[in-house]
Design a protein around this ligand. Structure first.
Ligand SMILES: Cc1cc2nc3c(=O)[nH]c(=O)nc-3n(C[C@H](O)[C@H](O)[C@H](O)COP(=O)(O)O)c2cc1C
Length: 149
């Protein structure tokens, strides 16, 4: 189940809750950093929303406790990221959807959106138009693929 939300007020509020969930019990160390080229909330504590002000936020739900729910949502999300890129859109996979949608606001929205109570959020995908240059691809790490016989 996917819910596409383009309500700026809701996306900002939920993005702030998601960001707070990221910082809960976590300090910014080199291990969590993602990109100096295109800083994420793991790189820059000044970023107020985990959704980066994107105009479209898609929340992906799976049946509660479903064994493959996380993987199912992740592959759906990856397909959306690839499609978005091919269309010239910017997109990012966002974690902590479970925590964000478990908040008071999240629970209220889940009801309003008509998503059954026995479904839980696993990921968000944010979409928007890229502002500036696309970041350069990161160098590939050597030795990550092994061919065996
Ligand atoms: C499960 C998962 C959750 C992620 N959550 C976030 C997130 O909350 N915020 C974010 O900016 N990027 C998030 N990302 C994207 C990563 O930060 C990173 O951009 C992506 O994995 C590509 O990595 P690379 O640029 O090192 O190849 C997530 C990626 C995965 C696989």
């Amino acid at each position: 189940m996917l819910v596409v939300c383009q309500n700026q007020e809701i996306n900002e509020a939920l993005g702030a809750i998601n960001r707070a969930a990221f910082y809960q019990g976590r300090t910014l160390t080199a291990a969590v950093r993602v990109s100096a080229d295109q800083p994420s909330i793991a790189d820059d504590p000044e970023i107020a929303s985990a959704f980066y002000g994107a105009p479209t936020v898609i929340t992906l739900f799976a049946p509660k406790g479903h064994f493959y729910g996380d993987a199912d949502c992740a592959v759906v999300a990856e397909n959306m990221l690839l499609a978005a890129h091919s269309l010239g859109l910017g997109a990012c996979l966002i974690g902590r959807a479970g925590e964000a949608m478990a908040s008071e606001l999240g629970q209220k929205l889940q009801k309003e959106w008509g998503v059954a109570e026995d479904y839980e959020a696993r990921y968000h995908v944010v979409l928007g138009y890229v502002d500036g240059e696309l970041p350069k691809p990161k160098p590939r790490r050597e030795g990550r693929v092994k061919r065996v016989s």
